[in-house]
Ligand binder design. Structure first.
Ligand code: XUL
Ligand code: CO
Length: 472
């Protein structure tokens, strides 16, 4: 779930809390949003300081490349600055003393200042945002764009001063009521046109801020009933939107990447961008291969019934692994819990695929994650990111160790040696027929194949990752 723009202060009481907090902020002439921390730095695995990294040492190198360049961490504006942590049953709980709960431009700028203070203090190099996270929706698109440009100018100044960079931008095509039936797949052509116009401007702002990428997440591109939706027609419309985005990218001179982010459900019952394989099929059908790559999110993989590693490998095999929304969910419920990715083993498996595919080019690890509703203090924003960054720094080191150790790769190669024979090669190259293969095996006792030895392989994985044998 994602709260952005119009929904943030839906409950009057939350606006009340936020307004009091902002008044307190102004009265006390607070100069910092996060006065309780100076800067989160690397202190090593032995530290007891909760505002320090145990594994993330940005300039330390792994395989000759600094950790910060392997990991390319980004914080997201929507959860970090705009999510009051309300849920369908209860009001927001988060304390955000810098935010008065209004859509005033002054409030947007103050919020941005708090965000850049957060990035600086938490040692996060990059960020991601939706257009409507950072500036409000006005009466017309023209007015909305003008306010967005004003706020974006402020972002540009803060980026210039801090050296922070934009990993990717995107347009919120799902919160406003006009998008209740989708945006690029809306049955209403004017809504489709509005979505295109909104993407056009969001891409322009992303380009102006030097973004490395631009994301399409099909927020409501899906349906709840096929009685009122023409699926093939919806998909053809979505492809038109993406083709126009590809054309606009060329016209703008935007050199970043276009990413599409799969998700099987929520908010729609069925989302058209179900999973990596579905999206790749769609891109192939509509001539978009090589023009758009994938942004894979862990919790979306969980919702699709896949391991994150499966989604990453499907994307990587197609040469389309673009970027990652790093979070985690739970298999025990059917919704997007967007938890911080604090699981070291999961982070290791993710980094194994990232390293195997040659690392990020335009993408990175965006923490599309929010605190639990009970973690309401500003301090908890730091703890979520620190835990996620340390998990991925550990995962990077462990994945590099697994590659250096080489036993797992060797075992995988060995399992396929029969395919390296003349026969195997001929089949792979399309030079064999049923008749020939029948002749070959008709009088033989075939099998069994070599043991899969899964348990031994899992034990080796544990030995390298946890026991640190061979780990630097
Ligand atoms: C929603 C989600 C979005 C996209 C950007 O589940 O993941 O935050 O990442 O629109
Ligand atoms: Co996401």
């Amino acid at each position: 779930p994602l709260v952005t723009g119009v929904q943030t202060c839906a409950l009057p009481i939350s606006a009340g809390i936020a307004a009091c907090a902002a008044a307190a902020w102004q009265n006390s002439r607070m100069t910092a949003a996060f006065p309780f921390v100076d800067r989160v730095r690397f202190e090593g695995p032995g530290t007891r300081n909760p505002f320090a990294f145990r594994h993330y040492d940005p300039d330390a190198t792994v395989d000759g490349k600094p950790m910060r360049d392997h990991l390319r961490f980004a914080a997201c504006y929507w959860h970090t600055m705009r999510n009051g942590l309300g849920d369908p049953f209860g009001m927001p709980t988060a304390l955000m003393p810098w935010d008065d709960g209004t859509d005033a431009v002054t409030n947007c700028l103050r919020r941005a200042d708090a965000f850049f203070e957060f990035l600086e203090k938490c040692s996060i190099d990059r960020f991601c945002f939706h257009d409507r996270d950072v500036a409000p929706e006005m009466a017309t698109l023209r007015e909305t764009n003008a306010v967005l440009d004003r706020v974006a100018e402020h972002f540009a100044a803060r980026m210039q001063a801090s050296g922070k960079r934009l990993l990717w931008g995107t347009a919120c095509l799902f919160a406003h009521p006009r998008y209740m039936s989708g945006a690029g797949t809306s049955p209403d052509v004017k809504v489709f046109a509005h979505a295109c116009a909104q993407v056009k401007h969001a891409m322009e702002v992303t380009h102006r801020l030097g973004g490395d990428g631009y994301v399409f997440w099909g927020g409501r591109e899906g349906y709840s009933s096929l009685l009122n939706r023409d699926m093939p027609r919806d998909l053809a419309h979505m492809a038109r939107l993406l083709h126009m985005a590809v054309d606009w990218k060329a016209e703008l001179g935007f050199r970043g990447a276009l990413f599409i982010e799969p998700k099987p459900r929520e908010p729609s019952v069925h989302q058209y961008d179900f999973d990596a394989a579905t999206v790749l099929g769609f891109l192939r059908e509509h001539g978009l291969v090589g023009k758009v790559t994938l942004n894979i999110e862990t919790n979306h993989a969980t919702l699709a019934g896949h391991e994150m590693e499966h989604e990453l490998r499907v994307a990587a095999a197609a040469g389309a692994l673009g970027s990652i929304d790093a979070n985690m969910g739970t298999p025990h419920c059917g919704w997007d819990t967007d938890q911080y990715p604090t699981d070291y083993a999961l982070a290791t498996r993710v980094m194994e695929v990232v390293l195997a595919s040659g690392g990020f080019v335009h993408g990175g690890l965006n923490f599309d994650a929010k605190r639990r509703r009970e973690s309401w203090r500003p301090e908890d924003l730091f703890h979520g990111h620190i835990a996620g960054m340390d998990a991925f720094a550990f995962g990077l080191k462990a994945a590099a160790a697994l590659r250096a150790d080489g036993r797992l790769a060797a075992a995988l190669r060995a399992r396929y040696t029969s395919w390296d024979s003349d026969l195997g090669r001929r089949i792979e190259q399309g030079g064999a027929s049923f008749t020939e293969l029948e002749r070959l095996v008709a009088d033989e006792h075939v099998g069994p194949p070599a043991s899969g030895a899964q348990e031994r392989l899992e034990d080796t994985w544990n030995a390298v990752v946890w026991d640190g044998r061979g780990r630097r």
